[in-house]
Design a protein around this ligand. Structure first.
Ligand code: ASP
Ligand code: MG
Length: 436
């Protein structure tokens, strides 16, 4: 059984929603995971924030503006009055719920209920649309089988034990539709897998049911070997290993939610990145195999802050790095890159919420310097120790660019450099022309 996930733009208009049937082969048993219609989750975030701020008027105005869009959407989606009426019932129900949340106490629990309505709307409307076209399908409530634990970690076993019986009760139905992104938390409340989490849902379901393949359908023909918005002549990468894909997804390639690689990797479920606008294109296949002797791709992540701690006195002492890391741990701030010398350590973070507090604590260890507006450029490929020459090719391509940090050898499949964001475009272009 395959799992197919379609993102917000793939269901972003009635026409796009109808086109999904060109891709979905309704005769094959499969699970289709849908995101919310593009733009909807952003609006729901704003509605939640307005409620949290106590501004019911603003929330009301945002809700009715969003509802207007759905009124237009269903008029184009459905051809027959009977199904239009069903579509109307669906939106009245969900928008009624959004409006009624103003009546009682509003907390982050209600906020998460608001965020869940986007995927509930898109899947229910699509289910009604399939009925209108005569395609039989089953709407599976993701809240019945998607669960996260106390640490917000998804529980794959829970999916296996709750989704498998649901599928087994429907031996004759082939097409199952469910919501991306939403889940229940350890308290049984409605929660979500964070923004962009529908990819994660697809991968988790794929792992939970040991699916033969997970397909992530977006608007681009797979993961490209560089950022197509910055560099011309980028090409889709035919094959990536899970590790390479995770690295690229984390360091900038927007096409895939970074965490979504791990469940598929753990259960060895191949993941294919495909393009709804060009369904015949091969896209990118992510599996356990990594190709030898190849540089695969370049990705960049902006908004990085570098912190250097100079401490000739402390650094030689054991336990020093632990104490430095503990500072970041206390402020729940994760570190991306790290380089050390005998007298100093440099590291990078992308979340500066607690930067002031972190710096104050680090100053106890020695002189601290901070560089803002940095970019990590990550080159992914076969950087195994027995391989040689790739490192020098990367650095040769960057000889005219000031480099703040280099990270090599952390894994055998990447070399990352930290440059000023103002040098990013030249860094990406120069690497591209010399490596590919
Ligand atoms: N609708 C959610 C979001 O916009 C999840 C997703 O689309 O992946 O973040
Ligand atoms: Mg997405």
């Amino acid at each position: 059984m395959k799992v197919l996930k379609f993102g917000g733009t793939s269901v972003g208009s009635p026409a796009r929603m109808k086109n999904l049937l060109d891709i979905i082969d309704a005769s094959e048993r499969q699970i289709v995971v849908l995101s919310a219609v593009s733009g909807t989750t952003n609006s729901l975030v704003e509605i939640g924030q307005a409620y949290l701020a106590g501004d019911k008027n603003k929330a009301g105005a945002l809700i009715s503006a969003l509802k207007d869009k759905y009124e237009i959407f269903i008029k184009e989606l459905f051809a027959k009055p009977e199904f239009l009426a069903q579509g109307k019932e669906v939106i009245d129900y969900h928008f009624g719920l959004l409006s009624n949340l103003a009546n009682d106490l509003f907390t982050t629990i209600e906020e998460k209920i608001i965020l869940a309505q986007g995927e509930l709307l898109s899947t229910t409307l699509y289910h009604v649309y399939l009925k209108e076209t005569g395609v039989s399908s089953v709407l599976l409530p993701a809240l019945d089988f998607m669960k996260i634990d106390e640490d917000n970690e998804p529980i794959v076993d829970h999916i296996t034990s709750h989704l498998t019986p649901l599928l087994n009760t429907q031996p004759d139905n082939k097409l199952f539709i469910t919501q991306g992104y939403i889940c229940r938390n350890a308290f049984g409340e409605i929660d979500n897998l964070r923004r962009g989490g529908s990819d994660y849902t697809a991968s988790l379901i794929g792992a939970g049911i040991r699916s033969e393949e997970v397909q992530i359908w977006t608007d681009i023909d797979g993961m490209h070997n560089n950022d197509p918005r910055i560099v011309s002549g980028t090409k889709p990468i035919a094959q990536l290993s899970f590790d390479e894909a995770a690295e690229l997804a984390y360091f900038g390639a927007k096409i895939l939610h970074p965490q979504s690689v791990f469940p598929a990797q753990k259960y060895k479920i191949p993941v294919r990145l495909l393009n709804t606008m060009d369904p015949q294109a091969k896209g990118t296949l992510i599996t356990n195999d990594s190709e030898k002797d190849k540089i695969k791709s370049i990705a960049a992540k902006d908004g990085i802050t570098a912190i250097k701690i100079n401490s000739s006195r402390m650094l030689l002492a054991y336990g020093f790095l632990r104490r430095v890391f503990e500072v970041f741990e206390r402020y729940r701030t994760s570190i991306d890159m790290i380089t050390t010398s005998e007298v100093a350590v440099s590291l990078t973070i992308d979340d500066t919420t607690y930067l002031k507090e972190i710096l104050a604590e680090l100053e106890v260890f020695g002189a601290v310097e901070v560089d803002n507006d940095q970019t990590i450029v990550c080159v992914v490929g076969d950087f195994a120790t027995e391989n040689h020459g790739f490192g020098s090719r990367v650095l040769e391509a960057l000889k005219h660019i000031p480099i703040r940090m280099i990270s090599y050898g952390g894994s055998s499949h990447n070399l990352s450099v930290l440059v000023k964001t103002e040098d990013k475009v030249e860094t990406l272009r120069s690497l591209h022309s010399r490596l590919f």
